[in-house]
Write a protein that binds this ligand. Structure first.
Ligand code: ZN
Ligand code: ZN
Length: 355
């Protein structure tokens, strides 16, 4: 039976080189462990990190060995379950948490399974193939049933949104505070939605792409500014002369990092979420010391997919303004090019297996 199943072929969208991608036929994955779940993919959101692999073939020391499938923001339908699975059943529509930790190492035992020493993460080179394929198999702990009120899009967005929820949690309390978000892509937006849910006072948002700032305006930012067109530090300090309480760096740019330190008040917190394409951050010694700036780096998220789904379900968070583009599975490359080039006002592009 197993052998028979292994011969069933399915389609996978694989990276084959820098800015190259091909649809390939590969064997459909099979249930191996009693807690495995086979999922038919419905949607996959394209993430900035997928684009790094597409355009550079690597993030830091993590290098793609071709051919390789990326994609980790997925939702789908359960089609088959191992005999020990209790959490989901065939037919359930689910969000997929992409991180598969070992649950045994010091980090896992300390509740830090996002920095697991043996982490396997969907679409991360050397760890696990991604979900830009028709079927995947995941452990049941990674499956979150969406229920009646949430769509597969919500399921997919729960991954980036969880990073926002986690970053806000790590920043300390944001209630009543003035928040800067420098870089307003899907992650910057997720941070804003999560901070709004925690009743932050006001938002000061910068991005080099005006169409993204328009979305921030829709989300009721107090200030939006394009650093290519105006002195964002001066503008923000004019509005908030004592400075901001927290800034989330969400674009991985040195200039945004520097601007954040300038606009923070003494005792302010800089939360670094963005993934830079360079190797070393730099910072001004005098300003960071005199202001006693706290610095927190963020590595993805831990245990925040459930809360992110819950907040969408309860209507505390609305992600209605996030998805700007949809592409059928066969046209994944077009979607990647669009996101890589920041064209056509793209915020989040979705690959939709059903359209
Ligand atoms: Zn992502
Ligand atoms: Zn571990």
């Amino acid at each position: 039976m197993l052998e028979y199943k292994r011969s069933i072929q399915m389609k996978a969208m694989m990276l084959t080189g820098i800015r190259q991608m091909e649809m390939k036929d590969i064997p459909e994955p099979v249930i191996v462990k009693p807690n495995d779940v086979r999922i038919k993919m419905s949607v996959v959101g394209i993430c900035g990190s997928d684009i790094h692999y597409y355009t550079n073939g690597q993030i830091g020391t993590q290098k793609v060995k071709y051919p390789f499938t990326v994609g980790h923001e997925g939702a789908g339908v359960v089609v088959e379950v191992g005999h020990a699975v209790k959490r989901v059943k065939p037919g359930d529509v689910i969000a997929i948490e992409p991180a598969m930790p070992c649950r045994e190492c010091d980090q896992c035992l300390a509740g830090r399974h996002h920095t697991c020493r043996k982490l396997r993460f969907l679409g991360c080179p050397g760890q696990a193939e991604g979900c830009l394929m028709e079927h995947i198999v995941m452990p049941e702990e990674n499956c979150f049933p969406l229920g009646e009120r949430l769509t597969p899009d919500h399921g997919s967005i729960s991954e980036p949104l969880a990073i926002g929820v986690y970053a806000v949690k790590k920043s300390g309390s944001v209630k009543g505070q003035k928040i800067g978000i420098f870089g307003y892509g899907p992650i910057g937006m997720s941070v804003m939605l999560a901070a709004k849910a925690e009743e932050a006072d006001s938002f000061y948002i910068t991005d080099k792409i005006d169409s993204r700032l328009l979305i921030a305006v829709k989300e009721k930012a107090s200030y939006t500014g394009n650093p290519l067109k105006e002195d964002v530090v001066e503008k923000i300090l004019k509005m908030v002369n004592l400075g901001l309480d927290v800034v989330f760096e969400c674009c991985g740019q040195q200039e945004a990092f520097d601007q954040a330190i300038e606009v923070l008040k003494p005792g302010g917190r800089l939360i670094v979420v963005g993934i830079p394409e360079f190797d070393n951050w730099s910072m001004n010694v005098e300003t960071t010391r005199r202001k006693e700036i706290s610095l927190q780096f963020i590595r993805r998220q831990v245990d925040c997919v459930g809360p992110a789904l819950e907040m969408m379900k309860n209507g505390i968070i609305s992600v209605d303004n996030m998805v700007t583009h949809r592409f059928p599975f066969e046209r994944t490359k077009e979607a990647f090019d669009l996101v890589a080039d920041y064209s056509d006002g793209v915020m989040k592009a979705m690959i939709d297996f059903e359209c």
